[in-house]
Design a protein around this ligand. Structure first.
Ligand code: IVH
Length: 691
């Protein structure tokens, strides 16, 4: 690899690592396993070692990951919170021991401990009392989570016993036991909330909650493993932990003194097996030099102590039979191979399917149908195939080959230079791409159209009632009613929800369009930088890439989206239905956000109290301006109770605007252009029969 290539690879690795750091620390939703993450970091470190002039201060190698959250106050750690270097096999373990023993000039005592997989916390005690609990944060400063930590029963708020230093720091891992985790997830699923992927994410999400009462109800626990301070009582790590246990801290029983690599290996093997019996997840073993004097002599690198290391377990693995491979076409045309497996139990659930990523992956694995394959949970979430047990291969097994034509529409597949995925280029007519785009458009984070699920969309498409998402706005109740499973009432609700979606803010409409590579965050960036979709449509490559968050890949995708006549026509139609395809002025926006919130509440109210005389049945009404006889809230209620719908923004479906004084100019303009009648407060009261 020459210098230019190394530079490019370094950049790519940095972007990838940053994405994973964000998923792990901020979203609590890791996408790859720790092992895979370490491989990326190792490669980056090796390249930066070879080309030190390419190191930049913002490279992920120059910091430890951060979990800082703006809602919490941050304080500096008295002693930085470092991470540990990883060891994956016996050879690396021997190298670690050799290094230490060389420093010591003789045999060394090691302490082996379980590596608990939770969230690390640093507790500060003074005069026997806990006064501050910090998360790891960026290693130098952490979030102050004292209020939450105080609710954890196994953490002593006051310590007692002998040899307690006036000031000390103790570190441990906050954990959620598997039974508590399972119960919490069951409750969350019942409440329609997303389940946590694993106990670590649940513990980390819980620790960052703003309400300590909820934290208390989640029954967290804490296992301690490191005592620090000026006057700590003993000369060895082991004795200090045992002493801390006497003061009231919870120390794991899985702790043992070992004298060489072989003894350490026995400890690792024993716990790799026995970990299934624990109620807490562990992901390895931590090996520490026992003598504090030798620890000091061995010292630290910039990121981790030289006197300790983490021996990481391989992710839990099972073997099962590969029954077949299917190919799925997503809304952007990407074709994903999926392995269908003989069902097998793995790390807490039954696995039937596993992701195969792309053609390269299938090639690397050299997969054959009927092979016995190794399955792992990547980051403990999405199962994947990591290898084939060749000793079990039958010579008649047929090699898996990647398809050449789209399984849905028969179009020859394509693959872009430098990209790993095949895709179906039949953007306009490939059915799952069409329905996928419509499903994306109506989804909760986009236009939030209710009552339309995947099956109904498929049905509408099959019946020829919709060919794209603009067609949704032409649907009539009578067309929906005859469809399977749809009664009159649901049909009406769907139509109402479609009409109401005209009030969805501009940035979400941009997201809903489903432009390749434009996710929610990019859509918001676009909305901030382009006041209208017309402005976006006319932007060239330079203008787009001039925006910090928009790179060449996104820019090209936006340009090609607007090159397509069909898309332009869809946007023209969406405009004519009154969708927000331009940013409204700031003050106006705020007012509408509030209204949206109010409308949602109003809907619930209306449901609770039942409808009164339905003089406004089927009417879609916008409230705007200042009123004298009732407050806006009361008008909202009046409308709901009389069968009407209060919508936040005028569209071609709006029946009328209840117009008070000082109505917002943009609403007035929009109403005029759409020919929507304005009704004054007096006229409205007359209409509903109130004097
Ligand atoms: S010792 C300087 N001991 O693993 C020594 N860490 O990557 C620092 N962990 O951030 C840590 N169990 O969150 C240590 N028995 C144990 C541990 C442990 C889990 C976590 C801890 C740390 C990470 C190291």
């Amino acid at each position: 690899m020459d210098r230019t290539e190394a530079g490019e690879r370094i950049e790519k690795l940095r972007r990838e690592i940053e994405t994973h750091n964000h998923s792990y620390y901020v979203l609590s939703n890791p996408l790859i396993s720790d092992y895979e993450f370490d491989q990326l970091m190792n490669e980056l470190e090796a390249l930066e070692k070879e080309y030190p002039d390419l190191i930049t201060p913002d490279s992920p190698t120059q910091r430890v990951g951060s979990d800082l959250t703006p809602e919490f106050r941050q304080y500096e750690h008295k002693y930085p919170m470092l991470s540990l270097g990883n060891i994956y096999n016996e050879e690396e373990l021997k190298a670690f021991c050799d290094r230490i023993e060389k420093t010591a000039g003789g045999p060394v005592e090691y302490v082996c401990e379980l590596k608990f997989d939770g969230v690390s916390v640093s507790l500060n005690y003074r005069n026997n009392s806990l006064y501050m609990a910090l998360t790891r944060g960026d290693g130098n400063a952490g979030d102050d989570v004292t209020r939450n930590v105080r609710t954890i029963k196994s953490i002593p708020l006051r310590v007692s016993g002998s040899n307690i230093p006036p000031d000390f720091v103790i570190r441990g891992e906050i954990l959620m036991s598997r039974p508590v985790f399972d119960r919490l997830n069951r409750e969350r699923i019942q409440d329609g909330l997303p389940a946590f992927a694993n106990p670590r994410n649940a513990a980390s999400g819980t620790l960052k909650l703003l309400d300590p009462k909820i934290v208390a109800s989640r029954r967290l626990d804490c296992m301690f493993y490191f005592l620090l301070g000026e006057d700590i009582p003993h000369e060895t790590h082991y004795k200090n932990l045992k002493q801390a246990e006497e003061w009231g801290f919870r120390i794991s029983e899985g702790i043992s003194i070992c004298r060489n690599a072989a003894e350490i290996m026995d400890f690792v093997k024993k716990w790799d097996e026995d970990r299934k019996k624990l109620i807490y997840d562990i992901d390895g073993v931590v090996i520490k030099v026992n003598s504090l004097a030798l620890q000091q002599e061995a010292g630290f690198t910039a990121k981790s102590p030289r006197w300790a290391a983490a021996f990481k377990f391989r992710a839990e693995q099972v073997t099962t039979r590969l029954l077949s491979v299917s190919f799925q076409v997503g809304r952007t045309g990407t074709v994903t191979p999926v392995a269908n497996l003989d069902p097998v139990f793995l790390a807490g659930s039954t696995v039937r399917r596993a992701s195969l990523h792309n053609a390269d992956q299938i090639g690397i694995l050299d997969l054959h149908i009927n092979d016995m394959v190794y399955v792992e949970k990547g980051g403990e979430i999405i199962p994947k195939i990591t290898g084939v047990d060749l000793s079990e291969r039958d010579e008649n097994n047929i090699k898996v080959s990647f398809i050449t034509r789209c399984p849905e529409c028969g179009t020859p597949l394509e693959r872009n230079e430098g990209e790993a995925n095949h895709f179906c280029p039949n953007y306009l007519h490939c059915p799952p791409q069409i329905t996928g785009r419509i499903e994306h458009f109506i989804s909760r984070r986009a236009m939030a159209i209710e009552g339309l699920g995947t099956e109904t969309v498929d049905l509408l498409f099959k019946e020829g009632l919709i060919r794209n998402f603009a067609d949704l706005y032409e649907l009539r109740t009578e067309q929906l009613v005859p469809l399977e499973r749809l009664g009159e009432k649901s049909a009406r609700n769907i139509i109402n929800s479609i009409r109401e979606s005209a009030g969805i803010p501009y940035s979400r409409v941009i997201f809903a369009l489903g432009i390749r590579h434009v996710g929610e965050t990019t859509a918001r960036t676009i909305a901030r930088n382009f006041r209208s979709v017309d402005e976006l449509m006319n932007a060239d490559f330079e203008r787009l890439t001039g925006i910090r968050e928009i790179g060449p890949r996104i820019a090209s995708s936006i340009i090609s989206y607007f090159r397509d006549e069909e898309n332009i026509e869809i946007i023209r139609r969406l405009k004519s239905y009154g969708l927000n395809l331009r940013e409204e002025r700031k003050e106006e926006r705020k007012e509408e956000d509030q209204e949206e919130h109010e409308t949602e509440e109003g809907r619930k109210e209306g449901m609770k109290e039942g409808k009164k005389e339905a003089v406004l049945a089927g009417k879609s009404i916008v409230i705007s301006g200042v009123f004298h006889r009732h407050s806006r809230d009361e008008y909202r209620e009046i409308i709901e109770k009389r069968g009407g719908k209060n919508v936040s923004s005028p569209s071609s479906n709006t029946s009328f605007i209840l117009a008070g004084e000082n109505m917002g100019p943009s609403k007035r303009e929009k109403a005029e252009s759409l020919g929507i009648p304005l009704i004054s407060e007096e006229e409205f009261l007359e209409l509903i029969g109130e004097e």
